[in-house]
Design a protein around this ligand. Sequence first.
Ligand code: 2HG
Ligand code: ZN
Length: 466
Amino acid sequence: MTVAPPVIEKLREIVGEQRVLTDEVSFQQYGVDRTTIWQPAPGVVVLPETTEQVQALVQLANAEKLALVPSGGRTGLSGGAVALNGEIVVALDRMNKVVDFNAVDRSVTVQAGMITQQLQEFAEQQGLFYPVDFASAGSSQIGGNIATNAGGIKVIRYGMTRDWVLGLKVVDGNGNILELNHGLVKNNTGLDFRHLFIGSEGVLGIITEATIGLAKPPKELCVLVLGVVDFPSIIEVLKTFNDGMELTAFEFFTHNGMVRVVDHSQVPVPFESEAPFYALLEFEQTSEAELERAMELFETCVMEGWVEDGVISQSLSQAENLWKLREDMSETLSRWKPYKNDISVNISRMPEFLAKVETLAAEQYPDFEVVWYGHIGDGNLHLNILKPDELSIEQFTERCSGVSKQIAALVGEFRGSVSAEHGVGLLKKDYLGYSRSPEELLLMQQVKKAFDPNGIMNPGKVVDAA
Ligand code: 2HG
Ligand code: ZN
């Protein structure tokens, strides 16, 4: 579907000649996220620089009944930023400035297109810390993080993106500019629309600015990688360390994933002996006492027979290399175009749930290689099924989505989430009913209708308009 020339002309008037892209290379670049299932087919890409320009774009889309797809760093894994039907892609890349910093409030207001890592670096320059972190921090944008309520590797200690958003400026689907919560810590004045926009995946409007709370930086961080004998033991190790000390991260990955990362990222194996599973723990070392405590807990885990071997970082570079074993997993595996599951259950139900998913995966994917990893400390599991070279992406997706339905049904039985942190987008839309009730889904549609009566905002994603 192409966008009519008079509309292209109006778009040029709004954002400027240079900021309207109509070539195929731009469509491929801006019209898709990190999913590999869909072929992007936007009608045009625009790169606004101000909230007022975004507002004018939304007004034009309403007048012309054209759909908009907001596009951040395009690092999503659920198809939330994929443009399939001639939509206007609104890429926030040029809205990447710091608007304001307040040392007393310990907050920074940034435009939505700011790269996560730049925000982290800005906080560091102020002697502060932005704690939400994940492997794609070098390309993801803060607006996209908010629109998907990004999680990552420090959730166990610092929470999700939602916990750091003090205020938002958005353009809703009606074309109104809304300033939500004004950076306030306390504000009990009725419904908090800020929280509706966090995790809304662009279906209510476009986030253009965010006020973000910053923390005090942690002291020296120590990383521990343990070789764990089986799934149930990972949970025992988690419980032992969680009860015994304050952790900043608790992640896990399987051996078949680890060897691929070692090869891809040229990092050393953590230790010579081989284990089926590895747990990666991180803690803040304010004194020798934490180190001693960690060693005691490690010994308990060995004595109990849960852990076979382990290593503790002795330097920053060793800590970084150990982190790479986990953080480089997604990028390493992308070569196998994996089918991804991003599921969660209550941590207390994790052992029982893991046993069932493991059996299901073994029964349903006997011929596929499955790599397990994730934020086990948050009850969040990433299951990556690697595509065999001989299958086409269509054949592979078809086989995996059948099994995914069974996994989603299992998640539903455990009252878990079919999308713990990657969002719903296109990929999980059909499974939403396993985590949310029909009443909730209807309310979601009605909320969508209130903010986006003409259904122009990221249509087809998450939930359809009522
Ligand atoms: C991670 O935890 C990311 O590394 C990506 O959420 C997970 O690629 C995945 O499945
Ligand atoms: Zn993750």
